[in-house]
Write a protein that binds this ligand. Structure first.
Ligand code: HEM
Length: 412
């Protein structure tokens, strides 16, 4: 998915799908920060790209001027946005994926409904399951001495944890993964594909919601169905379908990308790998540093009014890419930003966003990363990426490795 015209000036014509940018965007951000910290492009429907930490933070906190109540994907051109707004899927199942797709007041009460399920204590309830899962996955390939760390390990964990959270049978997990990729990754350039799988996901959750309306229990879905909106009315079940849809969209691609990027890092940086194998007490700071350095998520907002920032006017209606990954490499905030420092002492990264939409699932995401990486290192401390040039990366909305060949001394 590339616009084949090469980029001549990144300040006025950036292309977030440029192959080199997908492979390593940091040099572009670095150059832009120095001469044009808020860049603009007409590509992919037109957008603005802030590159400084301070600006990304400020834009995240401008609510409601920077609105989330529209199509949040980073890429589609206006005619696709229009088609999405008129999509029959929306007419039938609603447009929302609350709270990420909402401004106040809907944002507040939908977020509050989710938060108890993602507290540190709630995340802990998934520990035992996630631990057994990580060991089971490694049992499946440890004798072979090779594995695709992306598809056979990283990608297998988050969808199963989400299925566990939602109380849905694990046998549907391969479907989840496929659906999410078709919406968030492959579907960004393919309208038909995205439309098809948006419908598949919403129909799946419509059945789940209907089942819980008929047979309520004390699980996640039933608790959302007890929600009361900002005017005191019971939650519309269509809203719950959107919130469940968000769990897939927000919880799967993101976390597998982070686990995969961490394996990429240690598989290509033997000194860091050896240090982690020898000093497991570094995992808490190392995970924050890997989140900072390989931050996977870029969200989009649209300006609901003209927005003035840093001598730039972002006109009403414009799309702005919330460049959390770029903010994390700003030398004004992070010492030696382009190095992974496993024991970095101060790390106020924005991989989980900032402001009212800051990631609701960050405790669960950290737990999954912690278990996935500690377990890998306990069982496979010595490994390397076998063909670094063959590694493929997804870019755009969520960046992470999608093919990651790894070799290690076989246990057989
Ligand atoms: C390493 C993994 C993850 C990363 C890097 C990540 C990143 C983010 C970011 C940057 C946002 C802000 C979006 C915005 O500003 O519009 C966000 C929002 C959100 N994330 Fe995550 N996320 C991760 C994992 C998860 C997981 C596991 C879940 C839950 C299952 C989750 C649930 C959510 C929800 C519900 C929101 C919307 C919050 C709101 O709008 O108030 N995320 N995430």
């Amino acid at each position: 998915m590339t616009d084949t015209k090469p980029v001549e000036d990144w300040a006025t014509d950036y292309d977030i799908f440029d192959a080199e940018y997908v492979r390593d965007p940091a040099p572009v951000w670095d150059e832009l920060r120095g001469r044009c910290p808020i860049a603009h492009t007409e590509r992919w429907g037109g957008s603005f790209l802030p590159t400084r930490y301070e600006d990304v933070q400020a834009l995240s906190k401008m609510v409601p001027e920077m609105s989330s109540s529209d199509v949040l994907v980073t890429t589609p051109p206006p005619e696709v946005v229009e088609a999405l707004r008129n999509d029959p899927v929306y007419a039938k199942y609603g447009t929302d994926a609350a709270p990420i797709s909402e401004d106040p007041p809907i944002h507040g009460w939908t977020r509050r409904l989710l938060l108890p399920h993602f507290s540190p204590q709630a995340a802990e309830t998934h520990r035992e399951y996630t631990q057994a899962l990580a060991d089971r996955l490694i049992d499946g390939f440890i004798d072979s001495g090779t594995v695709d760390g992306a598809s056979q390990y990283a990608q297998q964990i988050p969808p199963r944890v989400i299925a566990h959270l939602l109380g849905i049978d694990e046998s549907r997990v391969d479907d989840f993964t496929h659906w999410v990729r078709c919406v968030l990754e492959l579907g960004l350039a393919d309208d038909e594909l995205r439309r098809k799988y948006r419908l598949v996901i919403r129909e799946f959750f419509a059945d789940v919601v209907n089942e819980k309306i008929a047979h309520p229990d004390d699980g996640f879905v039933s608790s959302l169905l007890k929600g009361i909106d900002h005017e005191g009315n019971p939650i519309d079940p269509i809203m719950v379908i959107g919130m469940l849809n968000l769990q897939l969209i927000a919880g799967i691609d993101t976390t597998w990308s982070s686990i995969g990027s961490a394996l990429w890092h240690f598989g290509t940086h033997p000194t860091d790998r050896e240090r982690m194998a020898a000093e497991p007490e570094l995992w808490p700071t190392a995970i924050e540093e890997l989140l900072r350095f390989y931050a996977p998520v870029t969200m989009a907002r649209h300006a609901a009014a003209d927005v003035e920032i840093n001598d730039v006017t972002i006109p009403e209606g414009s799309k702005v890419l919330m460049n959390f990954p770029g903010a994390n490499r700003d030398p004004a905030v992070f010492d030696r930003p382009d190095e992974v420092i496993l024991d970095r002492p101060h790390n106020r990264h924005v991989a989980f966003g900032a402001g009212i939409h800051r990631c609701a699932g960050s405790n669960l995401a950290r737990l999954e990363m912690d278990i996935a990486l500690r377990t890998w290192f306990r069982r496979i401390p010595d490994f390397e990426v076998s063909e670094p040039d063959e590694v493929t990366w997804a870019g755009g909305q969520v960046r992470g490795p999608r093919y990651l060949p790894i070799r290690f001394p076989s246990a057989a």
